[in-house]
Design a binder for this molecule. Structure first.
Ligand code: GLU
Length: 517
């Protein structure tokens, strides 16, 4: 085990859009693999044809690409030594049947011929007898139609006659099963709690339980990281490895904690209403007709999303919260993954995006903002939105209070469209018989300025106020409303400088004329 190459896999089933919990599983596997110079493999577990959803596989691949969590082997990322990486194709290799046959030959699995009606009747019988968790197990299998209760002849006859059958794991009665989980430590379960899981279905397809074990063995996987929902099945998996004589090939297990609702009450649902997406990209489920908004389309940066996800259940042991993917690779370990559920925090999620937004240069932000401006200002007279330097200036001013680039438009619309209405509350409170005169005196002083910097205009404004014996605090907001129409915004004189002399003078003149009327 010690010398085994580090190989982790992300093994989603294409049964719907990959939600953020799934991305986190991929991320933790990726981080660990990279940290140990290992491999990260994408395997598509599509053996349950009834749950197959069109487009899900492409969605998974695109999501991983967007997040920068790229497998170096697997579906969509180039074949490695263990191709194919889709279980439906791997079935053609005959490997699942081979392992199932081995389990049957060693007496650790058996054929079961029970019809759905018979299984249903068994469940009802057990329920009537007040059995808490009715299951097909060491006790109940004795009353069912399987190769343990039927004679060899009968079994042969059924099979020759084409009667559908499944292969079930023969779980021993009342035995302690112990296994080690890297996150949870030792876990001990009594086999009475484990059912005789179906390994091969009647259509010959393996179930997840068999298929993932065969593939983890064949693909030489060293660590299997998955969601906590798989913990109850782990004892059955341990038995399968044992019965196959492959305990030495068993990957180390890590079951990740759940992601909980913001109030900590239960598992986070993909229909969560906090206003923060649950999916990395927009997802439309053709089967159910449901649509979900993605982080990408909501304006999140991929690196902010990934950083936020890493902190859901893991901590670096320091107060550092902002990590690039390289830093995450360096810092990550399973020892620092919590056992208990991680509460999803919508506000913190936005905060992460804000931190990444602040780290971006005005040039980068302008490049992201310009296409939005182009769209919004299509067909207008405005030309400033095409001026990169001007847009950079706007980004510099509006970014402070924003979480997303797509908030810049609402925050800074007046940098492109002069106001035609003025905040009524501010006007009511601040406009008086002196106001027009005061603004006019500001206009005159501004006109006389040779340079129009924030410092120049602020000095001129203060001088105008002083000359009329007005405290600047009394007129500042009014002045802002005359320029932008709204009572709040970025640093006032920075805004003045950016708008420029001609525009500022024009706007002040319009404001005086409009408000007086
Ligand atoms: N196909 C399983 C799922 O989508 C994978 C679980 C595992 O990683 O073993 O949940």
């Amino acid at each position: 085990m010690e010398n085994k190459r580090v190989r982790l896999r992300f093994a989603p089933s294409p049964t719907g859009g990959l939600h953020m919990g799934g991305v986190r599983t991929a991320l933790f596997s990726y981080l660990f693999a990279k940290k140990h110079n290992g491999d990260f493999v994408l395997r598509i577990e599509d053996t349950d044809q009834t749950r197959y959803v069109k487009g899900a596989e492409e969605y998974i691949i695109e999501s991983l690409k967007w997040c920068g969590i790229e497998p170096n082997e697997g579906v969509g990322f180039g074949d490695g030594p263990h191709a194919p990486y889709r279980q439906s194709e791997r079935k053609e290799l005959g490997i699942y049947k081979k392992y199932a046959d081995q389990l049957i030959a060693s007496g650790n699995a058996y054929y079961a011929f029970d019809t759905p009606e018979e299984l249903d009747a068994m469940r009802k019988r057990l329920e009537a007898a007040k059995v808490v968790a009715p299951q097909y197990n060491a006790v109940t299998r004795q009353n069912m139609r399987n190769s343990l209760t039927l004679s060899e002849d009968e079994v042969k006859k059924l099979m020759d006659g084409g009667t559908p059958f499944v292969v079930r794991l023969k779980v021993p009665r009342n035995e302690e099963i112990r296994f080690h989980d890297i996150i949870r430590g030792w876990v001990v379960v009594n086999s009475t709690q484990v059912d005789d899981k179906v390994l091969l279905k009647s259509d010959g397809m393996p179930t997840y339980h068999l298929a993932h074990i065969v593939d983890d063995i064949e693909m030489e996987i060293s660590h299997a990281v998955r969601g906590e929902e798989w913990l109850p099945s782990a004892p059955a998996h341990i038995l399968i490895y044992r019965f196959l004589g492959c305990e030495d090939k068993m990957p180390l297990l890590a079951h990740l904690p759940l992601i909980l609702k913001p109030d900590g009450n239960g598992k986070l649902s993909k229909r969560d209403k906090s206003g923060i997406p649950m999916f990395p990209l927009n997802w439309h489920d053709e089967r159910t007709g449901e649509s979900y908004v993605g982080y990408r389309e909501s304006g999140f940066f991929a690196d902010a999303f990934v950083n936020m996800l890493a902190m859901l259940g893991w901590n670096p042991g320091t107060t550092q919260e902002i990590f690039s993917i390289e830093e995450l690779i360096q810092a990550f370990s399973f020892e620092r993954v919590n056992k208990s559920g991680a509460k999803f925090d919508p506000e913190k999620t936005k905060w992460f995006n804000q931190q990444y937004l602040r780290k971006k240069s005005d040039k980068e932000l302008a490049e992201l903002f310009m296409p939005i401006l182009e769209e919004k200002l299509k067909g207008t007279q405005d030309t400033r939105h095409k001026d990169q330097t001007y847009v950079e200036g706007v980004c510099k001013l509006v970014k402070e209070k924003s979480h997303f680039v797509n908030e810049f438009w609402d925050a800074g619309i007046y940098f492109f469209i002069a106001p035609t209405a003025y905040d009524a509350d501010v006007i009511k409170k601040r406009w008086n018989e002196n106001s027009a005169n005061f603004i006019k005196s500001v206009i005159e002083r501004f006109k006389g300025l040779n340079t129009f910097t924030a410092a120049d205009t602020e000095a001129a404004f203060k001088a105008a106020a002083e000359a009329q014996g007005i405290a600047t605090g009394q007129v500042m907001q009014l002045f802002r409303v005359c320029l932008s129409g709204v009572g709040g915004g970025p640093m006032l004189f920075e805004m003045v400088e950016l708008l420029g002399k001609d525009e500022v003078v024009k706007r002040l003149e319009t404001a005086v004329a409009t408000i007086i009327n």
